[in-house]
Each structure stands twice: as structure tokens, then as C-alpha cells.
Design a protein around this ligand. Structure first.
Ligand code: 5AD
Ligand code: SF4
Length: 463
């Protein structure tokens, strides 16, 4: 999953409305949650703004996955405090809420480290946001809600308005599964997001229908362990991710389906066959392996070997030969030797990835990894990361180079970088720019790929 900061869309607020500014850190699941928080707040008179300076409510939706990710939040909170103090001088009140995984992991500690914070709200409590804001307005001290309540958060969340869906564009995320039971020894997710739970098929289909009716053409299903999805079907029987895709492929208007992030051990035959059978299921698979060394995979508690992973890739490629592959890697895990790292490079060479996310190991408090001996030095980790990244960059460029000269269907999503251009994605998730009218946004059109730039392709509309 990407670790970018994603800013909110702008809407001009009515004079009597309150303004909410949301900043998402970390993975796409936080982006989805941020949108749902904004949807929850809309009936309370809140309008989303793209800058914090004049916001009545600032929400930081945080990520705790690596150390740098959580430290970034405290430096961001320092900046928000300056805004809050400046507005207070002018007689305006700003509430600051910390949501997401840092909220879940650090709770009360956030109020101690940054007294400007009014509300700390864990990922399972977003539907209680309006109530919690009212409570915090009545109290002097900050409020912390990091319970894992029994009620189904998704039942309580509000659907976005059609106008809001349109403002967000033709692609959308939909969280279908939360939490993780895998307990990889480096990872905080099982502690911050709790045990695996899946939404029901009917709830997801309904949400996707609402999105499609408002113009969404591509939906990416999200979950910390999305291919571990096991929701209840209409008949009360459990359904896997492949069944869910078969239902969603029938929703009128939905042209493309994607999913992330998956675990190799949940890559079942039904899902592999869905890649073979469903034209809507895009030929792109993000399947993190983390390391190519069996010794390190064992220490990571991954419960699969490098050859298990290669076997899955073989079966996926047999079902869908053109599938683009993507993965996450961690370098410098405790005990990782030069040979272990070589095994990772070998695995990368064997598979050939279209894109990769790679990280230096970061010891996270509360995970078993912190107790492992033989830490790898910063210098060695840095050098390994650079070596790995240069190899995967070569593979990414080769993958994009192979597209040049081909004709591909592109879903146009937005205006391009220059006037007169529009931008979209190939089925393999490559960014493409062409000369074309903005009326084409939302359409899937054949494009001849003419050339390759460092991070995108340049094409020519054939239609
Ligand atoms: N250190 C470094 N990378 C990590 N990831 C998860 N936890 C850690 C950690 N403690 C990476 C994994 C995971 C991705 C989302 O983040 O590669 O797949
Ligand atoms: Fe973390 Fe492992 Fe679960 Fe992925 S599968 S969320 S890395 S514990």
C-alpha cells in the first residue's frame, strides 16, 4: 500500500456551514475512512475544505505502520496547533481530532504530547464522530474513543451524496474487510485494527450500486487482508472474495474491479479463477511477499515459503498470462544476512514486477519483532534498500517500455498535466496521458501507447 499524504477535494462552503479539513496519511483504507467521516459530518452542516487555515474542525487520519509514519503525525499536529492558536486570537474555535491507527495505538498519550488535540478516535468509532464532537465541545478535557464496539460501524455510516461521489471522481475505494489475524512479527495492524471482519455481500453491493449510479466506473475493494474476505451472502452462507467479485461484476456501470492488499496464503483457487473468468477484474495483483528468504519469512511469521509464493504466481499467470504483479518488501529485518538479501533479489528477478513498495524494517513497539536479536545496521539496510529499489525500478521501466506500440483500453479519470490533456489508467494500473476533451473523463477508450516517461505513458486516442 502507498504511504502518500492525500489531500481532500475542495468545495466552496456556504456562509453558515462549518468547515472540516481532513488529511489522510498511509494506506488507501485511510482515504476511504476519511471520505466516510466527511459523509458522516455532512448532515451536521460540515463542508470539506482543502486547506486547514480556516477550518473549524481538523482531522488527521493517521498511520502507525512505520516509525517515520507516526512521528510525522506529531510534527503535523505542531503545525495545526499554530493554526488553532491564530484562529483563537481572532475569536474562532478550531477542534482538532486525531483518527486512525496512531489514535488507536497511542490513545491518551496523544493528548499528553499535544494538548491542542480535542478528540482521539480509533478506526472502529468513526460513526460516533458527530456525537463525540458534541461531547468534546461540552468538556474542557480531550476525549479518547478507541474501543472496538460491538455495533457494526458500516451500518451506521452514511452514504455519500451523488454530488459528493461525482466530486471524488470515476474511481472509488470500498472497504470490504478490516483487521488482520495473520500476526506477521513486524506488523502493528493486528493490534491497531483488530481481528479480521468482513462486511456482508448485500451491504457492499448496495454501496457499489450507489457509487455506480453517481458515475463511478472502477471500484477497488480494500482490506488489510482483503483476500481473506469472508462475508455473509444473501442466503446466510459465507462468501469469499471471488464470489463477491462475481456479484459486483453484475452491477450496471461498473467496468473495472481491483483489490488490495492480499496475503499469499489466502490466494485461493476461486480467486485465481476469477482472474481468468471475469473481464471486469483487472489484470493487476498486489501480493506482498516481504522477503525471498525462507529463514527470514519464518522469523517474520509469514507461514509461507518463497517457493509457495512462486507457485502461486505460476498459477495466477496460467489463469491470466498478462497479469501485472506488485509486491511489498522489507529489508534489514533482524537477522537478515547478505545471503538472505540475495535470495530476495533472486525472487524479484524470477518474478519480474511491474511495481514494488519497499521499506527498511522499522521496529514497532508491541510487535514480536522488537525482541528479535541481530538487528541489521542502518548503513546495511540503507544499502540493501537502494540495491533492491534500483532492481525493481529497472523492472518497472521494462514493464512500461513493453507497453509502447500497444493499443490499450484506458479509463480516463481526470484532466491531464497540461491543458487539452486528459489522464487515465491502463488495465495494468499504468498512468497514461493523451490529448483529448474532458468530456471523455469516465469513458474507457482504446489508446495507442506512443512513448514512455519516467512515471507515465503518453498515448494517442484511437476513437
Ligand atoms: N517495518 C517496515 N515495513 C513494514 N511494513 C509493515 N510493517 C512494517 C515495519 N514494521 C510494510 C510491509 C507491509 C506494508 C504495508 O508495510 O511491507 O506489506
Ligand atoms: Fe500486517 Fe501481516 Fe496482517 Fe499484512 S498480513 S496486515 S503485514 S500482519
Amino acid at each position: 500500500m502507498a504511504a502518500d499524504v492525500i489531500e481532500a477535494a475542495t468545495v466552496t462552503p456556504a456562509p453558515n456551514s462549518r468547515r472540516v479539513y481532513v488529511k489522510s496519511f498511509g494506506c488507501q483504507m485511510n482515504v476511504y475512512d476519511s471520505n466516510r467521516m466527511v459523509d458522516m459530518l455532512a448532515p451536521e452542516g460540515f463542508v470539506e475544505v482543502s486547506q486547514p487555515d480556516n477550518a473549524d474542525l481538523i482531522i488527521l487520519n493517521t498511520c502507525h505502520i512505520r516509525e517515520q509514519a507516526s512521528e510525522k503525525i506529531f510534527s503535523e499536529l505542531g503545525k495545526m496547533r499554530v493554526i488553532k492558536d491564530a484562529r483563537a486570537k481572532a475569536g474562532d474555535h478550531t477542534s482538532i481530532a486525531v483518527a486512525g491507527c496512531v489514535a488507536q495505538a497511542e490513545g491518551q498519550e496523544i493528548l499528553r504530547r499535544q494538548s491542542a488535540v480535542d478528540l482521539v478516535i480509533g478506526p472502529q468509532a468513526y460513526h460516533r464522530l458527530p456525537d463525540l464532537l458534541k461531547q468534546s465541545a461540552l468538556k474542557q478535557r480531550g476525549i479518547v474513543d478507541t474501543e472496538f464496539p460491538a455495533e457494526d460501524k458500516f451500518h451506521q455510516l452514511k452514504d455519500p451524496s451523488a454530488e459528493k461521489v461525482r466530486a471524488r471522481g470515476v474511481t472509488s475505494f470500498v472497504t470490504v474487510q478490516e483487521g488482520c489475524d495473520k500476526f506477521c512479527s513486524f506488523c502493528v495492524v493486528p493490534y491497531t485494527r483488530g481481528a479480521e471482519s468482513s462486511r456482508s455481500v448485500s451491504q457492499i453491493v448496495e454501496e457499489v450500486r450507489v457509487l455506480a449510479a453517481a458515475g463511478v466506473r472502477e471500484v477497488t475493494l480494500l482490506g488489510q487482508n482483503v483476500n481473506g474476505y469472508h462475508g455473509i451472502g444473501e442466503d446466510g452462507q459465507p462468501r469469499g472474495l471471488a464470489d463477491l467479485f462475481r456479484d459486483l461484476a453484475c452491477v450496471p456501470g461498473i467496468k473495472r474491479l481491483r483489490y488490495m492488499t492480499s496475503h499469499p496464503n489466502d490466494m485461493d483457487q476461486a480467486l485465481i479463477e476469477a482472474h481468468r473468468d471475469l473481464p471486469q477484474l483487472m489484470p493487476f495483483l498486489h501480493l506482498p511477499v516481504q522477503s525471498g528468504s525462507d529463514r527470514i519469512l519464518h522469523l517474520m511469521n509469514r507461514k509461507h515459503s518463497a517457493s509457495d509464493y512462486l507457485d502461486i504466481i505460476k498459477r495466477v499467470r496460467a489463469a491470466r498470462p498478462d497479469i501485472a504483479l506488485s509486491s511489498d518488501f522489507i529489508v534489514g529485518f533482524p537477522g537478515e544476512t547478505d545471503d538472505d538479501f540475495e535470495a530476495t533479489l533472486n525472487l524479484i528477478q524470477t518474478v519480474g514486477f511491474a511495481s514494488v513498495f519497499s521499506f527498511k524494517y522499522s521496529a514497532r513497539p508491541g510487535t514480536p519483532g522488537v525482541n528479535l536479536p541481530n538487528a541489521v545496521s542502518e548503513t546495511v539496510s540503507k544499502a540493501r534498500l537502494a540495491k533492491l529499489q534500483s532492481l525493481v525500478e529497472m523492472q518497472r521501466q521494462a514493464f512500461n517500455a513493453a507497453a509502447v506500440g500497444q493499443t490499450m483500453d484506458v479509463l480516463f479519470e481526470k484532466r491531464g498535466r497540461y491543458p487539452g490533456q486528459i489522464g487515465g489508467k491502463t488495465p495494468y494500473l499504468q498512468a497514461v496521458h493523451v490529448e483529448g476533451p474532458i468530456s471523455m473523463i469516465g469513458s474507457i477508450l482504446p489508446v495507442q501507447i506512443m512513448s514512455q516517461e519516467p512515471n507515465s505513458l503518453v498515448g494517442r486516442l484511437l476513437a
